[in-house]
Design a binder for this molecule. Structure first.
Ligand code: NI
Length: 160
């Protein structure tokens, strides 16, 4: 496993759409392992492959609920419920936080590393994380959809 470099705000790759994963091969498994390690190193809740420079529909999420990280390949949001303003940040925008309107419930389908298609009904932080990371796969970043006037800059010292 290895820590990968996270693409930062202004990198044009963040606006590009990710492609479907056709085969779950060793490279995809290695990518997922590295993404989980990178997400944990920087205390992120989620990370999309595009954020480490790979335009593939892969994301990882760990909401720190004791169930460990989840890796989603080719995720699709099937249904959403509710809408709430939620505080949000992103590892590609290290010092920025803003409010974004997110669904309170998300039903999603994804392929796991064993190749099984899984359906999940997520709530609260998990739902927010899925919505945020699926946006990345579509080339969308949270600052493009933030509630106007809610952007905050927090320096690393203040964030400790
Ligand atoms: Ni993000």
């Amino acid at each position: 496993m290895a820590i990968r470099q996270i693409r930062q705000e202004g990198d044009p790759i963040l606006k590009k759409k990710s492609r479907i994963v056709e085969n779950i091969d060793e490279k995809i498994i290695e990518l997922i392992d590295d993404m989980i390690e990178t997400m944990h190193k920087y205390n992120g809740v989620g990370l999309a492959a595009v954020q480490v420079g790979i335009l593939k529909q892969v994301l990882v999420i760990d909401i720190d609920d004791g169930n460990g990280p989840v890796a989603m390949i080719n995720p699709v949001i099937i249904k959403t419920k509710g809408a709430e303003e939620m505080e949000e940040g992103c590892l590609s925008f290290p010092n920025k936080f803003a409010k974004v309107i997110r669904p309170t419930e998300v039903t999603a389908e994804y392929t796991n590393i064993k190749g099984e298609r899984i359906r999940v009904k997520a709530k609260e932080l998990f739902a927010q994380a899925i919505a945020h990371e699926v946006d990345h796969l579509n080339g969308e970043v949270f600052v493009d959809k933030m509630v106007p006037g809610t952007l905050e800059y927090v320096t690393p010292e203040e964030n400790k």
